[in-house]
Design a protein around this ligand. Structure first.
Ligand code: AMP
Ligand code: MG
Length: 348
């Protein structure tokens, strides 16, 4: 397995592009998270992605392009809404679901009649796709169920020896997977929130419906603890509890829980915003999500922090909620899943 560091000229990416063309698996940086790529036109190569990740085969992948001219061989129709979104947000962290072209093997789409397409902004991702000369199908480059990788080291930790190459391009900028919008029907539907916000989509398109997984999250968000609803998603080994409410109440609650958990002999982690952080006492692992009014650093660090808590042996982690406006919808979506929807609302 090769580890290739990105240089300015992208010359170093040639062998990786060659591997893709030959049916190999290459992990590569994007602005969202690291992807695990294969030639999207080669079903057996794509099938190996599922093996390497331990990913259920009914979970479709996203096809990555580096040029709008590639769309023709991937989709059979581009709607007006799709065009508007492409103009405004491509290249960028937005995946569009469109009717698929018959060239696209079933392994990519899990047999669906639609395909997800994204034009990433990351220069190394663009260079790799261009050099390979084929669209690249890729999910996130993690072991299925683990937090998505935002550094090459995360990919090494999960997939070393199981894939052909890893391109190291430093930290992923956005840190959360792409926003997914289904533009194959009459009304566009937000299937997964991400770096392009729901508000931005509505500004561009007017009406955008919320997909089932997003509305479920919003309704189950209202109150406390839904035990047993453990989602096999973004899951660290530690138990994660999301705490929402006013700062004062959050501080009191988390400090009390730290005491309680310590008396049970447990190692406790906390990740909170700067407005709360100095008042959290005695956590064994305490990580800052940054300023609550500028949550891009929370987005960028979330997955990495979930892995850090495991490395440091935290058994239970208290995480401050950040609301659902703007990028908050995407952060809450991942965090609530990581917590298996164990959400505590605290009040003064
Ligand atoms: P990942 O990048 O690992 O999160 O995986 C790609 C995501 O895109 C998954 O959540 C898929 O469910 C979603 N996806 C890909 N293709 C489609 C499609 N045709 N329809 C709906 N969702 C899709
Ligand atoms: Mg994933």
């Amino acid at each position: 397995m090769q580890i290739i560091r990105v240089t300015d000229e992208f010359e170093a990416l040639k062998p990786a592009a060659q591997l893709i063309r030959q049916g190999g698996l290459v992990a590569f940086p994007t602005e969202t998270v690291y992807g695990l790529g294969a030639n999207a036109l080669q079903g057996d190569a794509v099938a190996n992605i599922f093996k390497a990740k331990g990913r259920p085969s009914d979970n479709p992948l996203i096809v990555h392009i580096s040029d709008l001219n590639q769309l023709e061989e991937i989709v059979s129709h581009v709607s007006e809404q799709a065009k508007l979104l492409m103009e405004r947000f491509w290249p960028g962290p937005l995946t569009l679901i469109m009717p698929k072209n018959e060239n696209i093997p079933d392994e990519v789409t899990a047999g669906l009649s639609t395909v997800g397409v994204r034009f990433p902004k990351h220069p190394a991702a663009q260079a790799l796709i261009s050099m390979a000369g084929v669209p690249i199908a890729a999910p996130s480059a993690n072991t299925s169920g683990k937090p998505s990788p935002t550094t090459a080291q995360h990919v090494i930790d999960d997939l070393f020896g199981k894939i052909d190459a890893i391109i190291d391009g430093g930290n992923a900028e956005v840190g959360l997977e792409s926003t997914i919008v289904d533009v194959s029907g009459e009304i566009p539907v937000l299937l997964r929130p991400g770096g392009i916000t729901y508000e931005q989509l509505c500004e561009t398109l007017g009406e955008v419906a919320l997909g089932q997984s997003v509305t479920e999250q919003l309704s189950s968000n209202i109150t406390a603890i839904a035990p047993g609803m453990k989602y096999p998603h973004y899951s660290p080994n530690a138990q994660v509890v999301v705490v929402k409410g006013e700062n004062e109440a959050i501080i009191r609650y988390i400090n009390q829980q730290i005491k309680n958990q310590h008396s049970l002999g447990k190692k406790v982690g906390a990740m909170v915003y700067n407005q709360v952080l100095p008042a959290i006492l005695h956590a064994d692992v305490l990580l800052s999500l940054g300023d609550i009014h500028h949550r891009s650093s929370a987005a960028a660090n979330l997955f990495s922090y979930l892995r850090t808590f495991d490395e440091q042996g935290a058994e239970i982690v208290y995480a401050q909620d950040c609301g659902e406006s703007g990028i908050g919808l995407a952060i809450s979506n991942r965090l609530n899943k990581a917590a298996g929807y164990e959400i505590v609302e605290v009040n003064s």
